[in-house]
Design a protein around this ligand. Structure first.
Ligand code: GTB
Length: 217
């Protein structure tokens, strides 16, 4: 059955792979599932046809026959649940990998997003400069904890899993701030994720799309 996902028509990151379709592309590549990408403009995302797929008018979405999903975490979990390679067979190891997927989205991503919001949407406010160190320190607090847990392991819990896929995807968004590089083991962890052939295929495809669309950046 054909799988179709949606992505930005013109990604604001110019193809750096930071939009959330990249994590879905990566999961599909890891699972060996062929898929098509439908590109949507910011305006089209808010129109009824797209809102019927995604109530919040965002990307990514996932269509597989009659099944329509939104939320990158739910989509990655759906792919990982039905195809080998992204979740361990052992029930306890599987539950732990899923825990890391949630931790990436619910515990690590929020302060990283807050930093992006503080820079992009609030950077011109008079109070922004005073607030920024607090926002950055909240990112550092999380990354320090994650760094301590990871230690010198390759992946968060044994073999590479959907939990690592999501954590690497989330951490990538902290790299432009320079904060990721303050934690060499996390930086190396992200590099291991980026070195996976499936990630490279996902990254290169979204970059090709961005170049074809003439995205800025
Ligand atoms: N919780 C949802 C999920 O995980 O799927 C969040 C989805 C979401 O935020 N989608 C964004 C979107 O559609 C794109 S990824 N925004 C348009 C809108 O809300 O109108 C967020 C994103 C955007 C841009 C960059 N960038 O330029 O670096 C990175 C990430």
């Amino acid at each position: 059955m054909t799988v179709t996902i949606t992505a930005f028509e013109r990604s604001p990151d110019g193809g750096k792979g930071l939009a959330r379709d990249t994590r879905v592309r990566w999961a599909l590549e890891e699972a060996g599932i062929p898929f098509e990408v439908r590109h949507v403009s910011f305006a089209a995302m808010k129109e009824p046809a797209h809102l019927a797929l995604h109530p919040f008018g965002q990307i990514p979405t996932y269509e597989e026959g009659d099944l329509v999903l939104f939320e990158s975490g739910a989509i990655v979990f759906h792919i990982a649940s039905r195809h080998a390679g992204l979740l361990p067979d052992d029930p306890s190891a599987r539950a732990r990998a899923i825990t890391w997927l949630f931790a990436a989205l619910n515990t690590v991503e929020p302060p990283i997003l807050e930093l992006s919001t503080a820079k992009i949407l609030e950077g011109d406010k008079p109070w922004s400069e005073a607030r920024m160190p607090l926002v950055k320190d909240r990112v550092r607090a999380r990354l320090a904890q994650l760094s301590a847990h990871l230690g010198d392991a390759d992946w968060l819990d044994g073999a590479f899993s959907a939990g690592d896929l999501m954590m690497v995807s989330v951490l990538l968004r902290s790299r432009p701030s320079g904060i990721l590089d303050e934690y060499p083991n996390l930086s190396a962890y992200v590099a291991r994720g980026e070195a996976r052939p499936a990630y490279k295929r996902a990254y290169e495809a979204q970059l090709r799309d961005a170049i074809a669309a003439g995205s800025p950046g």
